[in-house]
Design a protein around this ligand. Structure first.
Ligand SMILES: *Cc1c(COP(=O)(O)O)cnc(C)c1O
Length: 390
């Protein structure tokens, strides 16, 4: 017989990890201990603060080097990166795009920007990302494969793409999802916003999809203030991303000509300077975050009813945000625990409200989402800043 979960016991174990650091402790704070001041000052001194400047290209090169993906295109934020990726992938208005219900709103919004329809898919307890087996069974039942692609039997709309998301930095099991994409003629896009520094079967995430996206928002593992990027092994795709993100301006020493409707989505030099300094510290951040995850693991290992989520056996995670996962029978304690931790200056957070529960997405097509719904009741994110390991 297990006892009722004791939230004071949980508090004690949290404090065992976090007490050396001054509270309140935010969920994820940026860390500027490298060349941030120097590089941004160089930007200001040179006058090159906007999208033309040497740091943008440098940042892109360093991102490509770090991830091993051929091309990186630095953009204003991760949401813009998703928007542009869907356009570049050729997803059209009125088509359906499969994506997890358990994700940050940006993933679904980007689909809406191009007037496509989000179609929500369930997640796996093992990866916190898309459940490929469940999706496979669902597609068998729902999708009608024709010469021009797969169509939703019930809505008649083409299902043209699948967006996967590496939840809290944990890589989804990509291979079976890639197989499904091939079988059903869907384009795969990786929303890797949370997963810079995470590896799938020894390879950095971002190699699976036609296009992948990153975010460098203030709470991500590295930050450029606001920022994002598209990664692609397809050089032509990357060239098109650069062109579309700079107002589709035709290169010329003085003439202003544009050959299509473009966007002002390129990352400014000032942000890229910050990014270059942050990237230099990324290996150290990853090391510290993996150590922090171990400490949480150890602190909670003997407690029944909860666990600290661990990377899958195929994955090396950046542990962007640590997850305390309650057993289903203890999910009713979640809000008391959130409240108590906040009272004590530990800024925990529940999972995002699932996409299909939001008013603008409640009528979108979706499969059975019982695992995502269970995870939503049970996830608590714990403070995960790199400075929590000294
Ligand atoms: C952070 C994030 C994004 C992009 O966010 P921006 O704030 O626009 O950079 C997209 N998807 C997920 C899953 C994210 O966590």
């Amino acid at each position: 017989m297990k006892n009722n979960i004791n939230i004071y016991e949980i508090m004690e174990r949290l404090e065992a990890v976090l007490s050396p650091y001054p509270h309140p402790l935010m969920l994820h704070e940026p860390c500027f201990e490298g060349n941030e001041w120097e590089y941004t000052k160089q930007c200001l001194d040179s006058g090159w603060v906007s999208s033309a400047g040497k740091y943008v290209e440098k940042f892109e090169q360093h991102l490509a080097d770090f991830t091993g993906v051929k091309q990186a295109v630095a953009l204003v934020n991760g949401t813009a990166a998703l928007h542009l990726s869907l356009l570049l992938a050729g997803v059209k208005a009125g088509e359906e795009v499969l994506l997890p219900a358990l994700t940050f709103i940006a993933t679904a919004n980007a689909v809406s920007y191009i007037k496509a329809v989000p179609h929500f898919v369930d997640s796996s307890e093992y990866s916190l990302g898309l459940d490929s087996e469940k999706l496979s069974l669902y597609l068998q039942e729902m999708a009608h494969l024709k010469a021009q692609g797969s169509f939703n039997k019930y809505t008649g709309r083409r299902i043209s793409a699948l967006i996967v998301m590496h939840t809290f930095g944990h890589p989804v099991d990509l291979d079976p999802l890639l197989d499904l994409c091939e079988k059903y003629q869907m384009i795969l896009i990786e929303d890797a916003a949370e997963a810079l520094g995470s590896y799938y079967k020894g390879k950095h995430v971002g190699h699976g999809g036609l296009l992948s996206t990153l975010s460098f928002n203030g709470n991500k593992i590295i930050t450029t203030g606001g920022g994002g990027a598209i990664l692609s092994n397809d050089s032509e795709m990357a060239a098109r991303a650069r062109h579309l993100s700079t107002q589709a301006k035709v290169p010329h020493p003085w003439a202003f000509n544009h050959d299509q409707i473009g966007f002002n989505y390129r990352m400014p030099n000032l942000n890229a300077a910050l990014g270059c300094a942050q990237l230099e510290q990324l290996p150290r951040f990853i090391e510290k975050k993996r150590l922090l995850a171990q400490r949480y693991q150890l602190a909670f290992s003997s407690l029944a009813g909860i666990k600290i989520f661990q990377e899958a056996d195929y994955a090396t995670s950046n542990y962007w945000l640590n997850v305390l996962l309650l057993d289903e029978e203890y999910s009713k304690e979640r809000d008391r625990l959130l409240e108590l931790t906040h009272q004590q200056g530990i800024m925990t957070r529940p999972a995002w409200t699932l996409m299909h529960k939001l008013p603008m997405y409640k009528d979108c097509p979706r499969m059975d989402l019982s695992t995502a719904e269970s995870l939503e009741r049970r996830i608590i994110n714990l403070p995960s800043s790199a400075f929590l390991v000294q």
